[in-house]
Design a protein around this ligand. Structure first.
Ligand code: GDP
Ligand code: IMO
Ligand code: MG
Length: 452
C-alpha cells in the first residue's frame, strides 16, 4: 500500500491550551507522554514556560518539549518554533545539571532564530507603546496599549520570517557566509529604529552577531535535522507523536484576542505549518483548561477579579492559592472566574476531543463560585465569543452561580473521591462545552491527577 495512505485511525495526539496560556499544558504533556514516541513543539519560543513536577521536583521548560524528562523519547523542536539559541543552550545545561538526559533533542533546520536585535526590537516597541499610552492617558480612553509581551523577541522574529530577506533559520547558523549577509540585511533594516536603544553598539554589530550566531550553530549542529521527513517517517512507521502547543488558543495570532496575542498559530491548525505533519494525523485533541481564567500581559479578560473591593480579594485568593505568577517572567497573572464562552470557542477552533481540567484544587474553600456562560454586548445577550480585542473589552459577563466545595482535594485520585459539589462543577463544564473531561488535575505533581 502507498505510504501516503493511513491504514489506521490517526495515532497522534495534540495538547493545546484553551485559554490565555499557562493552563497546565506541561503537566498534561508529561502525563500522557508515555503513550507516545516523540513529543513535538510546533509554535512559539522561549515565551513559553511549561512546568512539570515529579515527586516534588519542579522542572520549568521553555523551548525544550516537556517529553525530554523521559529518556527514551524524542523531543523535537519543529520548524514553526522561533529558537533563541542562547536560551536553548542554557536550558539544556540546566537540565543536564539535574541529571536529565537531553540526547533525544532534535531541532528543525527550518526553525527561525531569535536574534539579539529581535529582543531589543520587542522591548523598544513595548516601551514606545507604553510611552504613547501614558502620553494619551489624560484622555478618557488612550486607544493604545503595550501588549505586555514577554520581551523574548517572539513577535519581531516571526515578523522577520514573513519579511524573508534578512531572516535566519537554524540551518543558516551552520553556514557562516550566508549567515553574515542575512544578518547584515536584517540589521540594515533595523538600524534607524534601534540605534538609540541600550546595547545597540553590540546587537547592531553584524560581525559580532555573526560570530555569536555561528558559534551557537556549532554548539547545536549535532541536533539539527530535516524534522519534516523525520516526523512523517515516524508516523508512517506507526509511531505516535504528541504535539505540545505553546501559549494558548486565545493568544493565537489569527484566532486569539487580537492584537493582544502572540506571534504564532497556537491552535491545532499550527501543527500542519509548524511541523509539516498533516493535521489529519491527529486523532486526539486534548484541550487543557484551568478551573478559572488567567492572563498575563494586557488585553481583555471579561471575568477578571481585580480592584480594591471584594472581587480583588477573591482574585488575590485564587492567585495565591494557584501560585499564579509567570513561569517565564515571574509577573503576577491576572485572575478571573471561568469563562465558558471563551472555552467553548477554543474547543470549536481546535476540534477538541477531550478536556484536561487543571487547578480544580485551587477553588476549594469558596462558598459559591461563578462561571460565565454568556456575554452581554450592546444591550443584547450572546453566547458567542468575539476574538476582537476591543469588542471583547466591551462585553459584560453573564454568570451562573454554582455551589463551592470546602474540602481540600489534592489527595483525590478518582472522581468518586471528589466532593459532590466539585464533581458537579466538572459536569457543568462537560455539559456547557459538550466535550468530556477525561483528566482532572488536583495539584501540580504528576501524581495529583484523576484519570478515571
Ligand atoms: P503551561 O504553560 O500551560 O505548561 O502552564 P504553567 O506551567 O506555566 O503554569 C501552570 C502552573 O500550575 C504550574 O506552576 C504548574 O506546576 C501548576 N499546576 C498544574 N496543574 C495544577 C493543578 O491541578 N493544581 C495546582 N494547584 N497547580 C497546578
Ligand atoms: P505558555 O506556553 C501565558 C502572552 C504574553 C503577552 C502576549 C504576547 O507558558 O502557556 P509574546 O512575548 O508572545 O509576544 O507576548 O502573549 N504569552 C503568554 N501568556 N503563557 C504563555 O505561554 C505565553 N506566551 C505568550 O504575556 O500577553
Ligand atoms: Mg506557562
Amino acid at each position: 500500500m502507498s505510504e501516503n495512505h493511513a491504514s489506521k485511525a490517526p495515532a497522534c495526539t495534540a495538547v493545546v491550551g484553551l485559554q490565555w496560556g499557562d493552563e497546565g499544558k506541561g503537566k498534561i504533556v508529561d502525563l500522557i507522554a508515555p503513550d507516545h514516541d516523540a513529543v513535538v513543539r510546533y509554535n512559539g519560543g522561549a515565551n513559553a514556560g511549561h512546568s512539570v513536577v515529579v515527586k516534588g521536583e519542579r522542572f520549568s521548560l521553555h523551548l525544550i518539549p516537556s517529553g525530554i524528562l523521559y529518556p527514551s523519547k524524542l523531543a523535537v523542536i519543529g520548524n514553526g518554533v522561533v529558537l533563541d539559541p542562547g536560551k536553548l543552550l542554557e536550558e539544556m545545561d540546566g537540565l543536564r545539571a539535574r541529571g536529565v538526559d537531553t540526547s533525544g533533542l532534535i531541532i528543525s533546520s527550518r526553525a527561525h532564530v531569535v536574534m539579539p536585535y529581535h529582543k531589543a526590537e520587542d522591548a523598544a516597541r513595548e516601551d514606545a507603546l507604553k510611552s504613547e499610552r501614558l502620553a494619551r492617558s489624560g484622555g478618557e480612553n488612550p486607544g493604545v496599549s503595550e501588549i505586555g509581551t514577554t520581551r523574548r523577541g517572539i513577535g519581531p522574529a516571526y515578523a522577520e520570517k514573513v519579511t524573508r530577506s534578512g531572516a535566519v533559520r537554524v540551518g543558516d547558523l551552520l553556514d557562516p557566509e550566508s549567515l553574515r549577509s542575512k544578518i547584515e540585511l536584517a540589521i540594515a533594516g533595523k538600524r534607524k529604529f534601534l540605534a538609540d536603544q541600550p546595547g545597540a553598539a553590540e546587537f547592531l554589530d553584524a560581525a559580532r552577531i555573526t560570530e555569536w550566531a555561528a558559534s551557537a550553530g556549532e554548539a547545536i549542529r549535532p541536533m539539527v535535522q530535516d524534522t519534516t521527513y523525520l516526523l512523517n517517517n515516524l508516523v508512517r512507521s506507526g509511531r505516535k507523536l504528541l504535539f505540545e502547543s505553546a501559549n494558548g488558543t486565545l493568544l493565537d495570532v489569527d484566532h486569539g484576542t487580537y492584537p493582544f496575542v502572540t506571534g504564532s498559530s497556537c491552535a491545532v491548525a499550527g501543527i500542519g505549518t509548524g511541523t509539516g505533519v498533516p493535521v489529519q494525523r491527529v486523532g486526539r485533541v486534548v484541550g487543557v483548561m484551568k478551573a478559572y481564567s488567567t492572563r498575563v500581559g494586557a488585553g481583555p479578560l471579561p471575568t477578571e477579579l481585580a480592584g480594591p473591593g471584594p472581587e480583588g480579594v477573591t482574585g488575590d485568593r485564587i492567585r495565591n492559592r494557584g501560585r499564579e505568577f509567570g513561569t517565564t517572567t515571574g509577573r503576577p497573572r491576572r485572575v478571573g472566574w471561568l469563562d465558558l464562552v471563551a472555552v467553548r470557542y477554543s474547543a470549536m477552533i481546535n476540534g477538541v476531543t477531550s478536556i484536561a481540567l487543571t487547578m480544580l484544587d485551587v477553588l476549594a474553600g469558596f462558598e459559591t463560585v461563578r462561571v460565565c456562560t454568556a456575554y452581554r454586548l450592546g444591550g443584547k445577550q450572546t453566547d458567542r465569543f468575539t476574538p476582537d480585542g476591543a469588542t471583547l473589552g466591551a462585553v459584560e459577563p453573564v454568570y451562573t452561580e454554582l455551589p463551592g466545595f470546602s474540602e481540600e482535594i489534592g489527595a483525590a485520585r478518582s472522581r468518586t473521591e471528589l466532593p459532590a459539589r466539585a464533581r458537579s462543577y466538572v459536569e457543568f463544564i462537560e455539559q456547557a462545552v459538550g466535550v468530556p473531561v477525561d483528566i482532572v488535575s488536583v495539584g501540580p505533581d504528576r501524581a495529583q491527577t484523576i484519570t478515571a
